[in-house]
Design a protein around this ligand. Structure first.
Ligand code: GDP
Ligand code: MG
Length: 163
């Protein structure tokens, strides 16, 4: 069975851009499941030699567990159960926020192995946030630019041990 890699992170860090980059616009076999799993998007990803199922999530929009967003967040948490590895995406331009810290604390309590990914790392503007992401205590961040396709070989290397 195909390995499942889940993309987690606060809004606007570039999760969906990374998803689209890994799935590829032409090859996209995207499964938008309305209703029950509207917080998740599945695709068949290709990264150098690796083929895997990638899951895009959008579950961290709000704090309130009774809101729709709160329920989506619980679905995102549930989705972690089926994942072999999580890509925890942060924004290297914006730096680490309290919500990043919260997601990091949550992920550390889970069984799923986590790869920290510092996106938007192209150019000098990403350096501060890249180093700041070490404070999450989740190991060496992998610097990427989902938009420009940079750091994909490093992401491949980070994923390889889980295949
Ligand atoms: P999501 O909410 O985490 O799914 O984030 P999106 O994928 O929707 O991206 C949020 C914004 O960040 C969009 O305006 C993207 O164009 C931008 N973005 C995504 N990846 C990069 C990147 O590598 N570099 C820069 N500079 N911007 C990016
Ligand atoms: Mg998104």
């Amino acid at each position: 069975m195909s390995r499942q890699v889940i993309i987690i992170g606060r809004p606007n860090v570039g999760k969906s851009t990374l998803f689209n980059r890994l799935v590829g616009k032409k090859l996209a076999l995207v499964d938008d499941q309305p209703g029950v799993t509207r917080d998740r998007r599945f695709g068949e990803a290709h990264l150098l030699g690796l083929d895997f199922t990638i899951v895009d999530t959008a579950g961290w929009e709000e704090e309130d567990p009774t809101s729709l967003s709160g329920r989506m967040r619980m679905q995102t948490m549930a989705a972690l159960e089926g994942a072999d590895v999580a890509l925890f995406v942060v924004d290297a331009r914006h730096g680490i926020t309290p919500l990043d810290d919260e997601i990091g604390r949550y992920l550390r309590e889970q069984k799923v192995p986590v790869i920290l990914v510092a996106n938007k790392a192209e150019g000098r503007a990403g350096e501060g946030g890249y180093y700041e992401s070490y404070t999450l205590g989740m190991g060496d961040p992998v610097a990427i630019s989902a938009e420009h396709g940079e750091g994909m070989a490093e992401l491949f290397e980070a994923l390889l041990p889980f295949f």
